[in-house]
Write a protein that binds this ligand. Structure first.
Ligand code: MG
Length: 503
């Protein structure tokens, strides 16, 4: 990268050290999820807390702080330099406003919280996790107070994941969306093609894990995921983690009775990974590296998962491939059945495996609970029951166990409160970007031929390569010419499911 300002160049140099420490911390997090033996959790919590302390020291370093002050008042910066200063200013707010003792305590609490959540989920016992969750909520409230907010402490947390996102914005996003989706779900349930259970999965089916892994690798390679700059592992909750453009790892999980679970998780995480691998290499280690926000990140994962992986054209291309991987179960099936299998719509207990129509209702529910937790409108011990009530009202079903209910997601154990709404944002961005993409490229004929390179190329050029150079709203306007709207997602879902369920 070319610098015109000595100050910004020096700042970026110092930031590179923060970036290296953060990458090391992220590697410990990857290991925690993929490899760590249960007894190693206490030592790991200490290691991570130590590194977090070092990272905080770097942010709070006097020289760094004064360079950042100087840079903020410099007039003749290039666009990239301005973006660097903006990003550093945004990230540093956390370190300048939240006391180091809270940052380190939060790190330790969430490491322990993760292990407790894991055990609580396995043993279906919320009481194992609830004291940890109480601590995490209390610390999150403290963090929100230190960060500051205008209307709602939850806003301060939302902003950590999606710049400038607020509770009010979320309400504006969810209200029309949920209304339309409830109608669409009703229409689908009334269709004669609707069935509560899907074919091709269940106890009578046995999909070998080895084959499923090979299938994931096949699709990931087709997508353009560079396995020499990444790897695929197993974790209870699939995720992507990147350390620059040359090491971007993903995980998935396998269900022997349903190959969709690992396949869709791999495609989803692969979408995140393509974004990280596609950032301009010159940005590696700088404040412009990596995806700009979780919402934009999720637009990439959801694009590959839904607009590609679940598209009729892709299933058409993949039909013989699926049949060759699992001939014992799929040799007599056809594209129509596979399309309905892969796009099977029905209210389900699990967010990660839910279909496109009901998915955002799972998010709306979590958004409401988070907002209530942060504002002390609910007691932690009542959460399992609140979860059941909300599931009933949104989806008409109730989980029998807390493992399938309140304990289902890992996020709160990580301390990621304010994260969930970015999933719905991602769906909205994805639909809006793809609307533009469709106007420029005949994507269906590409997909039908298994030709995904042109599509990846479009995203590389329009989204990936920019890394964190543009804020989400700037990027949205740059890519689609418009500010974000829920119209595109609603139109896309209505039109797709009209075809599949012959509405
Ligand atoms: Mg994701």
């Amino acid at each position: 990268m070319r610098y015109t300002s000595k100050t910004v160049e020096k700042l970026t140099e110092l930031y590179h050290q923060i970036n290296l420490l953060s990458a090391t911390n992220a590697l410990l997090e990857w290991d925690l999820n993929v490899n760590l033996p249960p007894k190693g959790s206490a030592a790991r919590a200490e290691q991570t807390a130590q590194l977090t302390g070092l990272i905080t020291d770097r942010w709070q370093d006097k020289e760094f702080k004064s360079l950042l002050e100087t840079a903020k008042s410099e007039k003749k910066l290039t666009d990239e330099e301005q973006a660097i200063v903006r990003n550093l200013e945004r990230s540093s707010r956390y370190y300048y406003n939240v006391p180091k003792s809270i940052i380190v305590e939060f790190s330790k609490t969430t490491s322990e919280g993760f292990m407790a959540w894991n055990r609580a989920k396995q043993e279906n016992d919320f009481s194992i996790f609830s004291p940890h969750l109480s601590k995490i909520v209390k610390l999150s409230q403290d963090i929100a107070e230190h960060l500051g907010y205008k209307d709602n402490p939850y806003d301060a947390l939302l902003d950590l994941y999606e710049p400038d996102l607020t509770t009010n914005e979320c309400k504006k996003m969810f209200t029309p969306l949920v209304k339309e989706l409830k109608v669409l779900l009703k229409n689908i349930q009334n269709s004669k093609y609707y069935s509560e259970h899907s074919t091709l999965s269940g106890n009578d089916f046995y999909y070998s894990v080895k084959r499923q892994k090979q299938l994931s690798e096949y699709v990931l390679t087709k997508m353009g995921y560079d396995l020499a700059a990444g790897r695929l592992d197993i974790s209870p909750h699939p995720f992507t983690i990147g350390f620059g453009t040359q090491d971007v790892r993903i995980t998935t999980r396998y269900n022997r009775h349903d190959f969709r679970e690992s396949l869709m998780a791999s495609i989803h995480e692969g979408g995140h990974a393509l974004y990280e691998q596609g950032v301009d290499e010159a940005y590696d280690g700088t404040p412009l590296s990596g995806g700009v926000s979780l919402g934009i990140h999720e637009s990439q994962s959801r694009f590959w998962e839904n607009q590609i992986g679940r598209s009729i054209s892709f299933v058409e291309f993949m039909t013989p491939v699926y049949q060759s991987f699992f001939p014992e179960h799929l040799k007599h099936t056809d594209t129509d059945e596979l399309v309905r299998f892969i796009n099977h719509v029905t209210p389900s207990l699990n967010r990660v495996e839910s279909d496109e129509v009901t998915y955002n209702m799972h998010i709306a529910l979590r958004f409401e609970i988070e907002e209530q937790m942060i504002n002390n409108k609910v007691k932690i011990k009542d959460l399992p029951e609140i979860w059941r009530q909300k599931m009933k009202s949104y989806l008409g079903i109730v989980p029998k166990t807390d493992s399938q209910g309140i304990l289902q997601d890992v996020h709160w154990s990580y301390g990621s409160i304010g994260y969930f709404p970015t999933y719905t944002l991602g769906n909205l961005y994805s639909a809006q970007f793809t609307d533009t993409l469709r106007n420029e490229i005949d994507i269906d004929s590409n997909i039908k031929n298994g030709e995904l390179g042109t599509i990846l190329g479009w995203y590389r050029e329009n989204v990936h390569k920019h890394g964190s150079r543009y804020l989400p709203n700037q990027l949205c306007t740059k890519v689609s010419g418009r500010v974000l709207s829920s119209k595109y997602l609603i139109d896309y879902l209505k039109s797709k499911y009209k075809t599949i369920y012959k509405l």
